[in-house]
Design a protein around this ligand. Sequence first.
Ligand code: EPU
Length: 439
Amino acid sequence: MDVFVVQGGHPLSGTVSVSGSKNASLPMMAATLLSKGKSTLNNVPDLVDVRTLSALLRCLGCEVTREPSSALSIQVIDEEHSKAEYDLVRRMRASVCVLGPLLARRGSARVSLPGGCNIGHRPIDIHLRGFEALGATVTIEKGDIVVRSSRLVGNEIDLNGPNGSTVLGTCNLMSAAVLAEGNTVLHSAAREPEIIALGDYLNAMGAQVSGHGTSTIQIEGVDELHGAEANVIPDRIEAATLIIAAAITRSSIQIKNIETHHLNHVIQKLNGIGVVISKQDHSTIIVDATNRLLPTNLHALPYPETPTDVQAQLTALLSTIPGESVVRDSVFPDRFMHCAELNRMNASIRQQGDSAHISGVQQLHGAHVMASDLRASAALVLAALVANGESVIHRIYHLDRGYEALETKLNSLGAQIIRCSEERLLNRKNHELQIRKSA
Ligand code: EPU
């Protein structure tokens, strides 16, 4: 297993470019199961979750090729199988997004029920209720979800849940309804930019989807879909992470390939605490965090509000701003495992219910810390950039799931991050110990 060894205290400067969106790529890749022709997705990031879904699509009869240009071409060759194996599903919850396309195109889908998750309870009951409303039968057999239907029929479906709508649930139901007989209306649909990207892609394949990006999506079923080409949108969570990297190091950097309107709320919040973010052209910004920053309160909610996927990174930032801040997460109310690790770096964060109460400190200290999930890993990397001395971040495989070459990008801005194996780190420790003994 790899770790990051980070020497903190180096300000950032220069230019960095945002990769394609992980959370847009995954449902779009799964949606290619709906057609027989060849599809090309441009700007797909090369990261572990994309490779896991590529492997799953291959098991489901697709030919998946990564082109040198960061495009992924996908073509369905064999439609016989409809089972997503546990070994792949357990590595990535987003594997559930093959359920809708398989059900609609192949008449059945069998996907291992995703297990526990480090960011809290993550049921898929709303997805399953939606499939039933389209006429499918849903059973749990030996730990697998099995959905079956010889012909899906359009219906009105409400996707509201206890914590708002569901992003992948909306993707699954859109992808199932495009081949259903008649019309479907999805109420309380998720409005995230990734939903708009999927709706546009389905339409490029010949579907009749409208209203995507609002809470009511209308879908007119069609008989078949063809392959299509689409550009994946820039990753708004990576973009926010890079903005926060500049903010936490009190630096000024340029960020390219960013869709600022996908991050309006985060940008407004950061402006409010003293980070100056100015647009240079439609996809380039300058982030200047050299002024004194102020504490604030934040609330992670579904789009267009502050995303839960930047809650951990913002918590890391606020832990370095003297004064009291409160960060609340209403999408995943238990997503606070990073707080205990940040406290090991001298942060002062108290979790209470769905909120983190932060007393900002003057200085974080380097320490050994453990990443618990993808965004928690990013928060720890950000904290390590400003901590004094050396930090070692363990279990960075979480980070590799969802960020394309984050350490390379940060190093190009002046950060000092070394990736090495746990084993090499241990050897280095032993070597240092021997030198000290013999001195
Ligand atoms: N929920 C239910 N029932 C369901 C589905 C969801 O109660 O059937 C609840 C969840 O427990 C949660 C809330 O609804 O409280 C929202 O969950 P959602 O279904 O929207 O999450 P998701 O679709 O499984 C996607 C992203 C997550 C991101 C969430 C919220 C992908 C691959 N994943 O997950 O991204 O946090 O939406 O925006 O798109 C990440 O990238 O690090 C990540 C976790």
